[in-house]
Design a protein around this ligand. Structure first.
Ligand SMILES: Nc1ncnc2c1ncn2[C@@H]1O[C@H](COP(=O)(O)OP(=O)(O)OP(=O)(O)O)[C@@H](O)[C@H]1O
Ligand SMILES: [Mg+2]
Length: 336
């Protein structure tokens, strides 16, 4: 088996880019956004700097997301963003770093190569791909017992990746293009439809982090939301209850639960797995909405826990995946 010792574990996520450097305790977490001048497309800020400009930019400046649902939607800007991140922070440490980068299992092998090549030209031979669900599994540092079957579910911003582990082997990998940003979108649509209040995607994300819950929403818990009136176009502030804000957020959540259930049942039938012995570990920032774990537990009837560091788990796993790597990114096998 070919062995790799990686210098960087990289996850180019729909919401955040994670860069885990060898020998560092914490990764860099950088929002996948970039600020440009509309006319010239000149880049004026990346990552957090661009994120902080949101909602405050003059007409001529636009803050753009480079990824959507796990797919690069702004290839040129995405390349600029990654180049900036790597050259600013990393070239000083490594001359030619060996990188292990996450990708999604919904991608075909050709799409994975395109994904890699659209980001790296010069580094090409030093970049290996690993599916995000596998990277998350590695990142958990699990001590497997042979009896256990596990589902590792990474709920990200734009995607949900599911891996089924059985007797220490990966027996199924699945991913869907639904993640926590679909909950932001639901909040945004709901405010427009029910309250004539227009807000941006990132305001919706902020509201989600403050107010969203899958527990019974409280009728007397209120949040002030600033936006634009859909009819007059004027700024408007509304005070809405948690119940009003959370309307319909269970729709994208149900899609995620459905996908977990499908993956689990398909695997269970194929391998006659005893479902009583299966448990779920949640990773990815999407699982942090209060009550999501409980919702998944209730709907799947499987013991469910949230990983210790859910957001950085995949990039940590990518960095440390050398023992598990088989060399060909399309053939993953968890047992070495
Ligand atoms: N405390 C929190 N409460 C609720 N949601 C959160 C919290 N922290 C992060 N999130 C959500 O988690 C998502 C980001 O998670 P993560 O960084 O794992 O996604 P990603 O890797 O960028 O996306 P993907 O893997 O789908 O491409 C965002 O939608 C963000 O709003
Ligand atoms: Mg992710």
């Amino acid at each position: 088996m070919q062995r790799f010792n990686f210098d960087i574990g990289l996850e180019i996520g729909t919401t955040n880019i994670k860069v885990y450097l060898k020998n560092k305790k914490k990764p860099l977490i950088i929002p996948s956004v970039i600020a440009i001048k509309k006319e010239t497309r000149e880049v004026i800020g990346i990552g957090k700097t661009a994120y902080d400009m949101l909602g405050k930019t003059p007409e001529k400046i636009e803050v753009k997301k480079t990824m959507s649902k796990g797919v690069i939607v702004e290839p040129y800007l995405n390349k600029v963003l990654i180049k900036e991140i790597l050259s600013n922070k990393i070239k000083k440490i490594f001359k030619k770093p060996k990188i292990c980068m996450c990708c999604h299992s919904f991608m075909t092998n050709l799409e994975k190569l395109t994904f890699k090549n659209s980001i790296f030209n010069s580094y090409e031979e030093n970049v290996q791909l690993i599916e995000e669900s596998l990277a998350s599994a590695v990142g958990l540092n699990l001590n497997f017992s042979d009896e256990e079957s596990l589902l590792i579910v990474n709920i990200g911003g734009g995607t949900t990746d599911i891996t089924v582990l059985h007797y220490n082997n990966i027996i199924a990998n699945n991913s869907i293009q639904t993640g926590s940003e679909q909950i932001d979108e639901t909040i945004k649509k709901n405010l427009a439809k029910n309250h004539n209040l227009l807000i941006g995607n990132l305001t919706a994300e902020k509201i989600k982090k403050q107010a969203a819950t899958f527990f019974e929403p409280k009728k007397d818990l209120k949040f002030k939301i600033k936006g634009k009136d859909n009819i007059t176009g004027l700024p408007k502030t509304l005070e809405l209850t948690q119940k009003e804000i959370c309307a319909d957020i269970n729709i994208p959540a149900e899609k995620i639960v459905q996908s977990i259930n499908n993956t689990m049942h398909e695997s269970a039938v194929k391998l006659t797995i005893d479902l009583e012995k299966v448990s779920i570990i949640l990773t990815g920032g999407g699982c942090l909405i209060p009550g999501f774990k409980e919702l998944i537990e209730e709907k799947t009837r499987l013991k469910t826990t949230i990983a210790k560091n859910p957001i950085i788990c995949a990039s940590y796993g990518a960095l440390n995946s050398s023992n598990f790597f088989v060399g060909n990114y399309s053939e993953f096998n968890f047992s070495s």
